[in-house]
Design a protein around this ligand. Structure first.
Ligand SMILES: NC(=O)c1ccc[n+]([C@@H]2O[C@H](COP(=O)([O-])OP(=O)(O)OC[C@H]3O[C@@H](n4cnc5c(N)ncnc54)[C@H](OP(=O)(O)O)[C@@H]3O)[C@@H](O)[C@H]2O)c1
Length: 360
């Protein structure tokens, strides 16, 4: 029997194809290994960023592909179809990081009631979150539409949660306005939802003209401004900037407009894929990457065991119900559908109210 992988050319992301590979023989799996059938996964601009940063952040290393190609990691669900681990049963559902493929072999390690880890040597050079699988069989929070929301948004909302917490801990660097670029993205509106709930802080969404109506409809932005009109914002009081778009040109325009009133400039995403390799010195706070694993480590220490999970769970419980109005889940099956959604996402053709759940 064959497995199928969807792969992209590392140096030209417009080139992509499905390939057939040999499905590992279940009987010949090594001790503790699981053969997992990948049943459904989400695809958003965040996955394109994994490809853009594939070399720099070692994402290509996770799911090996033929020379010069890469398999983009996705968040989703798999079903164990063969198990050589005594405590993991065939039929179990796992939630975590998968390749765009039909199957994955996991070397199960640190198996607990709630989860396990892939101990494969080639997966160890990345943050632990990328090797962790939650055991979610029968969990209603990971079933049906709720499961789709988890795949589409949970990893993104973790970033939203951490940035909100980081800004609040730093009293928003003295700003009472927070600007978010690519305001229509799921990561941005998750953050807008959280910041909007804080007293005295105004959230300003920066977006492209076609997405203005969607961003306004969310109700978690106090103001929505198109990219070409950002210099119409008053520059006479402190402001913080969280950047999902990653456009160097936009960042420079904002910094020059706000000058010393730009109190925080955090980089999070690259949706516009228009970052210059060399950035000029800019007025205001120095732009810096927000590195989520550092903040999570800090809070895990301060909040103690379960502290991050409990707080994140409470935040998610306030956010997830909004998604019924904000998001329409669209399902795609088979290599052709996967390729179409990949190319549409890569080329910015996915309307922001759509969430794609795929399987090969
Ligand atoms: N650093 C981290 O740990 C971390 C964690 C989570 C997410 N992120 C980043 O946050 C960003 C948002 O991810 P997401 O999955 O939330 O995105 P998403 O929901 O798929 O965002 C879609 C939006 O991004 C913009 N966009 C997407 N593709 C584009 C293209 N080709 N050209 C121009 N604009 C495009 C458009 O927004 P506008 O029209 O509003 O610009 C579009 O509505 C990604 O770069 C992701 O990697 C980073």
């Amino acid at each position: 029997m064959h497995a199928t992988d969807f792969i992209v050319a590392r140096n030209d992301l417009q080139q992509c194809k499905s390939i057939e590979t040999q499905l590992p023989d279940a009987a010949a799996l090594p001790a503790d290994a699981l053969l997992v059938k990948i049943t459904r996964f989400a695809f958003t601009a965040n996955n394109v960023t994994y490809a853009v940063m594939g070399d720099a952040l070692k994402y290509w290393q996770l799911f090996p592909a033929p020379k010069d190609f890469g398999n983009i990691p996705v968040w989703g669900f798999g079903e164990v179809i063969a198990s050589k681990h005594p405590n993991v049963a065939v039929g179990e559902t796992l939630f975590g990081y998968f390749p765009m493929a039909t199957h994955l072999v996991i070397e199960a390690a640190d198996v607990s009631k709630r989860g396990l880890r892939d101990g494969a040597a080639h997966r160890q050079g990345v943050a632990p979150v990328y090797n962790a699988y939650a055991r979610v069989s029968g969990d209603p929070a990971f079933t049906g539409k709720q499961g789709d929301y988890q795949a589409l948004l949970r990893p993104l909302f973790m970033l939203s949660f951490l940035v909100d917490d980081f800004l609040a801990e730093n009293d928003f660097y003295g700003a009472r306005r927070v600007m978010l670029s690519s305001a229509s993205s799921k990561t941005a509106y998750g953050l807008a939802h959280l910041v909007h709930g804080r007293d005295g802080i105004k959230v300003i969404g920066l977006t492209s003209a076609p997405n203005v109506a969607f961003v306004k409809s969310l109700g978690c932005y106090d103001e929505v401004v198109t990219y070409d009109a950002v210099t119409s914002l008053p520059a006479d009081s402190p402001v913080a900037y969280v950047d999902m778009a990653g456009s160097s040109e936009l960042r420079e325009r904002l910094h020059r407009h706000f000058g010393d009133q730009m109190k925080y400039s955090g980089r999070v995403g690259l949706t516009h894929r228009s970052t210059s390799p060399e950035e000029p010195e800019l007025p205001g706070a120095k732009p810096s990457w927000f590195f989520a694993p550092d903040h999570i480590r800090k809070r895990a220490k301060e909040w103690g065991p379960g502290g991050v999970d409990t707080r994140f769970g409470a935040a998610w419980a306030g956010f997830a119900p909004k998604l019924d109005q904000w998001l329409t889940v669209t399902e795609g099956r088979g290599p052709a559908a996967v390729q179409q959604v990949y190319l549409d996402t890569l080329n910015g053709r996915v309307p922001p109210d759509q969430g794609h759940i795929l399987s090969i």
